[in-house]
Design a protein around this ligand. Structure first.
Ligand SMILES: Nc1nc2c(ncn2[C@@H]2O[C@H](COP(=O)(O)OP(=O)(O)OP(=O)(O)O)[C@@H](O)[C@H]2O)c(=O)[nH]1
Ligand SMILES: O=C([O-])CC(=O)C(=O)O
Ligand SMILES: [Mn+2]
Length: 604
């Protein structure tokens, strides 16, 4: 069949001919030393983590079982939005918020880059499934990669290997996801601890349901089941098939009366999804359990309600700021081991540390830059976008139904951003369309999760700006249509939250974290018709009296300031929303233009 002989290429662990021929095609292009089909076994984990330790990529942690520390190349630390492309056939379909290139041109460019790019390395074929394996129609993918770090990360983040391959049959549809570090090794050439390439491309071909990634080893750029498949490609599938693929956590909230509500919440990267998903309520009798911390796929069930499934199998969480006060459940999850830590600091006794983990930093650390670090260093020991990667299965507060292919019926959707001003702690939308307007105009200060300036306010619609795989105007229309086709009583109620409002002295006005349970409580009591609110031009906002503040350790003035609706601040917001809507252009749904006009009228 082929002129080249590459060890391992003649394996046929599946009779899925399309997959076998794609594997051949990629191997012939990228010229790896060998081809290995990932099976997902513990033995494979041991073999690959040992290989990564030998290569200097991983340092085993003495203080956490089966866990490893990695430091990336200092230039490969976050998602690269400038290098991310939606290569739809028609440029109109990528819209004004995505980079676009002609698919044929992009394929030519990237094919040149892939030619021989795996030389001296192993090419791994990773069959995986996003969402439960026993789903009626499993959401399959195959990632081909030359990175062992990617394979072991995929062990945690996805259902993969033999058990996923078993669901391919001989012709199941799957997403082709090709990844290369772009760091071939010549014979005799020494490898580096974190191979990558200065040239990076994160490319989605939406019509073909295909992903090509090149040059980066960082999570969001390299673990292609995550943002590339479960958001960019899946959002296109969702548009075509009538469901929603969203950048949302999923949590289960149980009241003291044992009433259960499931809540999904979209906050931009590094704006609090993981923390809310694992929250420990400070109000007595309330309980939160976790189903997911980053992505939700939502489809209507036969009963007309919207059901959410988390496509992931692990948490890829922001490390700095995570401690036993802010997120004890994340701490307990990683404490059990079987976890990877990237770009945090390494302690002298073989554990990890990051800013915010303890009040006093250790006297000496190895920083993420692999340098000696002391508290006098004058720079953080960990990169602000350093991450832990850990299995959901070992989270003590995972909801028992987290792996149920049916998903869970969503009562409320929260949109939230990081805004120092203007946006109150919580606002309930008037109805679905108004809620979609809130989501479509969501704004947030940029964070370290993407390369670029931090702290700049930008519109981040539904927290999906970097992840909508098609035209943002069509995406808004899809959200509007989702509500139109449904029974209004059964739709989730939509709320807008902001944990990050600041006082004049720049302090956060709201203590956040576990105290956010007070906002969750108010929201579900609104849904049940049991809580009061005042109507403002932007929606329903509680007064301090209408929130349960019993036992809250925060000045009442601060809470009032966090809840304040300030008409002047909102009038100042209008031109920014208009500019944003102008950018969306003629595909902006008229219903959202109407919402804006109505808001302007209410603001006077
Ligand atoms: N002030 C305040 N900060 C918070 C709160 N919740 C989370 N944070 C901060 O938000 C940052 C990251 O939050 P995460 O929960 O990890 O972010 P995420 O939304 O899961 O992000 P991605 O994984 O990048 O999609 C950390 O700096 C946290 O300390 C809160 O309620 N109040
Ligand atoms: O994708 C990543 O690398 C991490 C993440 O959740 C985000 O940036 O939103
Ligand atoms: Mn995310």
């Amino acid at each position: 069949m082929t002129a080249v002989t590459i060890p391992g290429l003649d394996q046929t662990p599946t009779d899925h001919q399309d997959l076998l021929s794609w594997v051949h095609e990629v191997a012939e292009l990228t010229c790896p030393d060998q081809v290995v089909w990932a099976d997902g076994s513990a033995d494979e984990w041991d073999r690959l983590t040992r290989k990564l330790v030998d290569a200097g990529t991983f340092v085993p942690l003495r203080k956490k079982p089966n866990s490893f520390w990695a430091a990336s190349d200092p230039t490969d630390v976050a998602r690269v939005e400038e290098r991310t492309f939606i290569c739809s056939v028609d440029p109109q379909d990528a819209g004004p918020t995505n980079n676009w290139m002609d698919p044929a041109e992009m394929k030519a460019t990237m094919t040149d880059l892939y030619r021989g790019s795996m030389r001296g390395r192993t090419m791994y074929v990773i069959p995986f499934c996003m969402g439960p394996l026993d789903a009626e129609k499993p959401m399959l993918g195959v990632e081909i990669t030359d990175s062992e770090y990617v394979v072991v990360s995929m062990h945690i983040m996805t259902r993969m290997g033999t058990k996923a391959l078993a669901r391919f049959g001989h012709d199941a549809p799957y997403v082709k996801a090709l990844h290369s570090l772009g760091a071939p090794l010549e014979p005799g050439q020494d490898d580096v601890a974190w191979p990558c390439n200065e040239t990076k491309y994160i490319t989605q071909f939406p019509e073909e349901r295909m992903i090509w990634s090149y040059g980066s080893g960082y999570g969001g750029n390299a673990l292609l089941g995550k943002k590339c498949y479960s958001l960019r490609i899946a959002s296109v599938m969702a548009r075509d098939e009538g469901w929603l693929a969203e950048h949302m956590l999923i949590l289960k909230l149980t009241s003291p009366e044992r009433k259960v509500h499931y809540i999904a919440a979209a906050f931009p990267s590094a704006c609090g999804k993981t923390n809310l998903a694992m929250l420990e309520p400070t109000i007595p009798g309330w309980k939160v359990e976790t189903l997911g911390d980053d992505i939700a796929w939502m489809r209507f069930g036969e009963d007309g309600r919207l059901y959410a499934v988390n496509p992931e199998n692990g948490f890829f969480g922001v490390a700095p700021g995570t401690d036993y006060h802010t997120n004890p459940n994340a701490m307990r999850t990683i404490e059990k081991g079987n976890s990877l830590f990237t770009n945090v600091a390494l302690t002298d006794d073989g554990d990890v540390w990051w800013e915010g983990m303890t009040e006093q930093p250790p006297a000496h650390l190895t920083s993420w830059k692999k340098r000696d670090w002391t508290p006098e260093a004058g720079e953080p020991s960990s990169h602000p976008n350093s991450r832990y990667c850990t299995p959901i299965a070992q989270c003590d507060i995972k909801a028992p139904e987290w792996d149920d292919p049916q998903g869970v019926p969503i009562s409320a959707i929260f949109f939230g951003g990081r805004r120092a001003t203007t946006v109150p702690l919580v606002t309930e939308s008037r109805d679905w369309q108004h809620g979609v307007f809130m989501g479509a105009t969501l704004s947030s200060e940029t964070t370290a999760a993407a390369v670029g300036q931090v702290g700049v306010v930008r519109r981040d619609p539904m927290a999906m700006l970097p992840f909508i795989g098609y035209h943002a105007g069509d995406y808004f229309q899809h959200w509007i249509d989702t509500g139109k086709g449904a029974d209004a009583d059964k739709l989730p109620r939509i709320f807008y939250v902001n944990w990050f409002r600041r006082g004049e002295d720049k302090r956060f006005l709201w203590p956040g974290f576990g105290e956010n349970s007070r906002v969750l409580k108010w929201a579900v009591e609104r849904i049940e018709g049991r809580a009061a609110a005042r109507e403002t031009p932007i929606g329903y906002v509680p007064t301090a009296d209408e929130l349960d503040l019993a036992g809250l350790d925060a000045p009442r003035e601060d809470v009032e300031a966090a809840l304040a609706f300030d008409a002047d601040e909102w009038r100042a917001e209008i031109p920014m929303i208009e500019e944003w809507f102008a950018k969306i252009g003629r595909k902006l749904p008229t219903s959202l233009r109407d919402e804006l006009e109505a808001l302007k009228l209410r603001l006077g």
